[in-house]
Design a protein around this ligand. Structure first.
Ligand code: SF4
Length: 354
């Protein structure tokens, strides 16, 4: 038994659906109390949104700033941003930004990633409390200990990790390119995948690679259960089901999957919904994506399989905080130079792989 054994899923064991179902149920239940302990911040008075949005756009022009927003942000924050997307798209945009300041409407690991990729720019996070339960599931000391138990293994880290964990990694990936990253690694090399167990288990299935997987999870996606999906699928028999691979239901859904089930990244969901001939979609991910989907495919109908799938961390960012961030220059994100240099290698590999 390894010293990190309680965090690690042996691929052959973890791949059984019974183990997956058990892990999902147990961990989701444990995380539910954490989620409930963090209330969703109120958005402010909607009547103030137009004036705040105008003030933000003017400040962005004055400060030579670009506003990037993740698809899980509040609708009014998405609407004021220059660009909205998933982690991979926003990382690429941050790296290519010509403005001197990036206001990152997302969570702290995303702002850190932007700073690592654009070290000469000022990167602002409107609320420093915007963290991530998935990124918190492993730290650099734990990763170093895990690596020591698996000498020679290639470390692939989901982008939802701290800069210090990225610095200990060979590759980063997002849900949008995780499969391509795994497939780019020679088949004879063992792989440690972290920190999301559901994404790791899905990758193992679609790539046919045996992965050693860290038992981390996002409390929001782990809380989306197979029962949520089954209920909606019964009620909306003609709908297509779009599932994020971080979801706790992914394995069970895959087992019963037909042509109407698609495991997709957030950006993949948007692209798929735009192109599909279907008119109704069941969405299994954080509910912030619904705003973007409705904008991109306005004639189609989107139904969340779990309306409580809300990331409290993402919702900490409000229009007022975006305004304050631009006006007062808060909160600048810094990453130690040595950590950033090592993390950049893993991130640049991620960005270079489609
Ligand atoms: S939805 Fe989950 S993975 Fe995404 S920021 Fe929130 S806690 Fe982290």
């Amino acid at each position: 038994m390894s010293s990190t054994g309680r965090h690690e899923a042996d691929a052959s064991v973890a791949a059984t659906s019974a183990a997956e179902a058990g892990a999902a149920e147990t961990s989701a239940a444990a995380r539910a109390s954490t989620a409930l302990a963090i209330p969703v911040a109120p958005p402010g008075d909607p009547a103030t949104f137009p004036a705040l949005a105008a003030e933000i756009r003017e400040l962005a022009r004055e400060r030579n700033a670009v506003i990037l927003a993740h698809s899980y942000q509040r609708p009014e924050v998405q609407d004021v941003a220059d660009h909205v997307g998933d982690s991979l798209l926003l990382s690429r945009l941050a790296a290519a930004a010509r403005q001197s300041t990036i206001v990152f409407c997302g969570v702290s690991f995303m702002a850190e990633t932007a700073k690592i990729l654009s070290p000469t720019k000022t990167v602002l996070l409107p609320d420093l409390a915007a963290g991530c339960s998935l990124a918190d599931s492993i730290d650099a000391d734990q990763l170093r200990a895990w690596k020591a138990e698996h000498p020679g293994a290639v470390v692939v880290s989901y982008v939802n990790t701290t800069a210090a964990v990225k610095a200990e990694s060979d590759y980063c990936c997002t849900s949008g390119n995780a499969r391509a990253v795994i497939e780019s690694i020679p088949r004879d090399l063992p792989i440690l995948f972290l920190p999301d167990m559901f994404l790791g288990l899905w990758l193992q299935r679609v790539t046919g690679r045996k992965l050693t997987i860290w038992l981390g999870e996002c409390h929001v996606h782990a809380g989306i259960r197979a029962a949520d999906v089954e209920r909606w699928h019964r009620d909306e028999p003609g709908a297509e089901l779009l599932v994020h691979p971080e979801c706790g239901c992914t394995s069970q859904v895959l087992e019963a999957a037909g042509d109407d089930v698609h495991i997709l990244s957030t950006e993949g969901m948007v692209t798929y919904a735009e192109r599909s001939k279907a008119d109704t979609f069941l969405i299994a991910t954080e509910v912030g994506i619904l705003h973007r989907l409705a904008l991109k495919a306005p004639t189609k109908r989107f139904v969340p399989v779990n309306r409580e799938a809300i990331c409290q961390y993402m919702k900490l960012i409000t229009l007022e905080k975006v305004r304050d961030s631009l006006r007062d220059g808060v909160h600048p994100i810094e990453v130690p130079v040595d950590v950033a240099a090592k993390a950049r290698r893993a991130l640049e590999r991620m960005i270079s792989i489609a």
